[in-house]
Design a protein around this ligand. Structure first.
Ligand code: BDR
Ligand code: CA
Length: 311
């Protein structure tokens, strides 16, 4: 099983990613939570609620950064609902948060299991950036990183060019992209292709497991938001795709590219700028700092099947 530290801002699609992982063989070592879709304490509570719903009542949840490194906090309740889970009225988990703060726990786990853990990050990258500041050797201690973030060569969703997770903390994102680890950047250029066709939405609606019902109810507000964008009642599966590629890298093909975050642009702050002109890796160091894997092609049908199976 792939052993995962899941860094999230739960959030409707973060909830989908937890359910996807639970049903597809992920072993959650810990969840760490950041500000993002909702304030961090709300996201932390939501993470516990979703873990409990899939029976993962022993996975510890560590609260993390309450705001970005160098700009004010901004949240996205207009996308995820006031409670972050579509205001569907789910009873929040009564479980306690773990004592250690997120960044410290990421460092502690990585040191205790060098080279074994996969980091899946589907919120703003503040916790991971902080962990890199605490432990500069972190990239060597982590097996692989899969980040949902960026909009390489396509329009943003938080600004003209900015994707929400990067745009919510550009400085942290730059620290993460620039670290020398094996990093897959799963951006809007590929996640927007995961909008579920009507037939998949119908199968989702018919799911009868309690957690599947719960997700369907939470998704309705999110589907409302996507309807004008996609032209039908469906939604895209941003965060589940990052989880899917952490568990089954072969669902996609990849290409290497240099990428960084625009930190000073007057209209483009928070944009991921990837050099899409092609890239000749250094054979001695294909993953030199600043080089990431972008997703080239994706088996969307296989991904949707695995998503449905998990529910
Ligand atoms: C990302 O931003 C958040 O709203 C979602 O949870 C996802 O992680 C999509 O841009
Ligand atoms: Ca998210």
């Amino acid at each position: 099983a792939t052993e995962i530290i899941f860094d999230c801002d739960t959030g409707v699609d973060d909830a989908m990613a937890i359910m996807y992982g639970a049903g597809n063989g992920a072993r959650f070592v810990a969840c760490t939570v950041t500000h993002g879709n909702v304030p961090v304490h709300v996201g932390a509570r939501n993470t516990l609620t979703i873990l409990d719903a899939v029976g993962l009542t022993d996975v510890p949840v560590h609260q993390g950064a309450a705001r970005p490194m160098a700009q004010p906090l901004l949240t996205a309740e207009f996308v995820h609902g006031h409670d972050g889970l579509g205001d569907a009225g789910h009873a929040p988990s009564q479980r306690s948060l773990a004592g250690t703060l997120a960044a410290a726990e990421i460092v502690r786990l990585a040191r205790s299991r060098p080279g074994e853990l996969t980091l899946v990050a589907v919120g703003p990258l503040t916790n991971i950036g902080l962990a890199l500041l605490l432990e500069p050797e972190l990239p060597r201690l982590i097996r692989r990183v899969v980040v949902m973030g960026g909009a390489a060569g396509v329009p943003g969703n938080a600004s003209e060019t900015g994707e929400a997770n990067i745009w919510h903390d550009p400085e942290a994102a730059q620290l993460v992209l620039d670290a020398p680890w094996d990093l897959v950047l799963v951006g809007l250029e590929i996640t927007m292709s995961t909008a579920m066709p009507a037939e998949v939405v119908a199968r989702l609606e018919a799911v009868e497991t309690p957690h599947g019902r719960m997700l369907w109810q939470s998704m309705q507000h999110y589907i409302d938001v996507y309807e004008p964008l996609v032209g039908m009642r469906t939604c895209v599966l941003h965060d589940p795709l990052a989880m899917a590629l952490a568990l089954d890298p072969d669902l996609a093909t990849y290409r290497l590219a240099r990428a960084g975050v625009e930190l000073r642009g007057e209209r483009t702050r928070g944009q991921v700028v990837a050099d899409l002109r092609g890239f000749e890796p250094d054979p001695t160091d294909p993953l030199e700092p600043g080089v990431v894997r972008l997703v080239d092609t994706l088996d969307v049908e296989a991904f949707h099947e695995k998503f449905l199976r998990a529910l």
